[in-house]
Design a protein around this ligand. Structure first.
Ligand code: ACO
Length: 335
């Protein structure tokens, strides 16, 4: 049986930096509140006219990943694109990447699993490689949140958290034993779907109904988050799914060389770090600079960690995510 390994990583974030002070000019918030609750100092937002979109950022991150894998677009056998903010309601971002990068008519699949989107996408890619069906799969996480957020005081608990950006990896057939992706672990609990959600547009809440509603009073087309409820579930599920992944491979927390948690909130990452008694150099966080970029957060962080030389051959790398759905998962890698 084949196994898979990450052979290239890449990321892209828009140039436009939005600080907490910038947000405090738009809504009743302040730098101290945001930093204390989330650790976020600034985030990147696409600027109208800067030539970016979810799929375009995905292409930029993918070009870097392909270059680092020493591959060209025609080598790619499949595209998996994780996002909750596609350029179009349909079709998804994968086909746009296929077109913009001049790829063969390879399959393009979009994954709609919010903060766990990249972990789910990587797990799907791993399965296609394990069966021997494909050799190189491009896995992308990209988000343009800023275009869909409400930057007024009524949505301040949500809109200060999220940022824009993209990350990508090339997952390739692995020629070495006991290396690459060792296992993936996925879960969901739909009974909490409303706690972090965006209702419309959807077939439950279609565009004419949205237009008919008073947008000032009824704003189902902006995300809703029950922050404390999400926090409480996130810290439990992160810990569970990391433990599950370690146990499946006979590993202990002390074997982790690098944990890359979904960048939900620095407090959540710190809670998990403490729970597993990990040193600062065993956990990679960049939420301070980019905010929460949902499906893009893990591949951006992974790409930065690789770029900074923080991940070395044979390191045990753990990716873990939790998010809307609720959905959560982990990926255990021997680099
Ligand atoms: N600036 C200033 N005050 C604010 C802001 C803000 N941006 N947002 C909320 N407040 C106020 C509220 O209005 C409330 O005021 P009140 O007491 O007068 O009513 C007060 O702060 C407390 O509000 P809470 O929503 O209870 O704030 P909390 O302390 O829970 O912090 C936060 C909110 C940061 C969202 C927190 O709940 C959290 O970290 N939750 C985890 C959710 C998370 O990380 N989500 C990320 C996306 S999901 C994911 O990626 C897994």
């Amino acid at each position: 049986m084949y196994t898979s390994k990450i052979t290239g990583t890449g990321h892209y974030v828009p140039e436009n930096i939005v600080t907490n002070d910038d947000l405090s000019k738009l809504m009743d918030t302040n730098d101290a509140w945001i930093q204390e609750r989330t650790g976020i100092q600034e985030r990147r937002h696409i600027k109208k006219g800067d030539g970016n979109s979810t799929s375009i950022m995905g292409v930029k991150a993918s070009k870097m990943a392909l270059k680092n894998a020493s591959l060209v677009p025609k080598d790619i056998d499949m595209i998996i694109f994780a996002t909750l903010s596609p350029d179009m309601y349909f079709p998804g971002g994968g086909v746009q990447v296929q077109e913009m990068m001049g790829m063969r008519t390879v399959p393009a699949l979009d994954v709609r699993n919010q903060c766990s989107g990249f972990v789910y996408a990587l797990s799907v890619a791993d399965q296609f490689i394990r069966t021997g069906m494909y050799q190189h799969i491009l896995v992308i996480g990209s988000e343009n949140h800023s275009g869909g957020l409400d930057f007024t005081t009524r949505s301040r608990n949500v809109s200060v958290i999220f940022g824009d950006g993209a990350g990508a990896v090339v997952l390739s057939r692995n020629g070495e034993e006991n290396s690459g992706i060792l296992s993936t672990h996925l879960h969901s609990e739909g009974k909490h779907k409303d706690e972090l959600s965006l209702q419309g547009p959807s077939t439950d809440y279609w565009v004419p109904e949205i237009i008919a509603d008073n947008p000032q009073e009824n704003i189902p087309y902006y995300p809703y988050m029950n922050g404390q409820f999400v926090f409480k579930h996130a810290v439990v599920r992160f810990a569970e799914v990391i433990k599950e992944g370690l146990a499946a491979n006979g590993l202990e927390a002390s074997d982790i060389d690098m944990l890359i948690p979904h960048q939900a909130n620095l407090r959540i990452s710190q809670f998990v770090q403490k729970k597993f008694r990990l040193r600062d150099d065993q956990v990679f966080n960049n939420i301070q600079k980019y905010g929460n970029t949902t499906a893009a957060s893990i591949p951006i962080a992974l790409s930065e960690a690789v770029e900074k030389g923080k991940i070395n051959k044979d390191d045990v790398v753990v990716l873990a995510a939790f998010g809307s759905g609720f959905t959560w998962g982990s990926v255990i890698i021997k680099w």
